[in-house]
Ligand binder design. Structure first.
Ligand SMILES: [Zn+2]
Length: 220
């Protein structure tokens, strides 16, 4: 029982951080799931966080009474010290690359079961893909904005917590995004990512990734 209360308290704390750094997330439900609520645990080779457009269907049984309709969903391996992982997963939801799919033509039960297996596999035995389209320029720009916003709220998260395992010039990317992040701190991300990237950010990004935007090899 104690453990359960613990999970609820952490969930509330993390949700309030999410709404602070990105108020537009309130436009639809946002569910945060602890991996143990799916009846499994993270193994050494597993990811520590996952976000996706149909995770809510897969986690519906774990969401239980909190379900208020289709929404964003993030699964975390741990709720303690999870701020960095949360910001990372939020960047996936906000960077403009996450398709918001209602999948109305497919049975939610079928989708849910398939995705649930996939989630469990990610948390127990994740093999990084050689081509990773998910951590490209738009993702990193969004992540840097969230990092700056969290700092403005007095929350310091290390680069390692934000993006473990990836060897990225996060502090350079952060410095290259600082002006834009401050200027746009009250703007929704849909507007931010629709505008051209700051020139300095683009330069740092291309120096690291060449012209293959979006192709970043990492394991998170
Ligand atoms: Zn990621």
């Amino acid at each position: 029982m104690h453990e359960m209360n613990d999970i609820e308290a952490h969930r509330e704390r993390l949700l309030s951080l999410a709404y602070k750094v990105a108020p537009e997330l309130r436009s639809r439900p946002l569910y945060l799931i602890h991996i143990t609520e799916l009846g499994t645990q993270r193994a050494d080779k597993g990811v520590i966080g996952l976000a996706g457009p149909v995770l809510d269907l897969a986690c519906r049984h774990a969401i239980g009474d909190r379900w208020i309709g289709r929404g964003w969903c993030i699964v975390l391996a741990d709720f303690r010290d999870a701020e960095g992982t949360l910001l990372h997963e939020l960047a996936h939801l906000l960077d403009g690359n996450m398709p918001w799919t209602e999948l109305q033509t497919v049975s939610p039960d079928v989708v849910g079961a398939v995705v649930l297996d996939d989630i469990k596999r990610h948390f127990t035995d994740y093999k990084p893909p050689t081509y990773d389209p998910w951590h490209g320029a738009s993702f990193l720009r969004t992540l840097m904005h969230l990092w700056h916003r969290a700092q403005e709220f007095g929350l310091y998260v290390s680069g390692r917590e934000l993006f473990p395992l990836a060897e990225l010039p996060l502090h350079q990317l952060s410095a290259a995004t600082r002006d834009e992040a401050h200027r746009c701190r009250h703007q929704p991300f849909s507007e931010i990512v629709a505008r051209p990237m700051p020139r300095r950010f683009r330069k740092v990004f291309l120096r690291r990734h060449g012209s293959r935007q979006g192709e970043i090899h990492d394991t998170h």
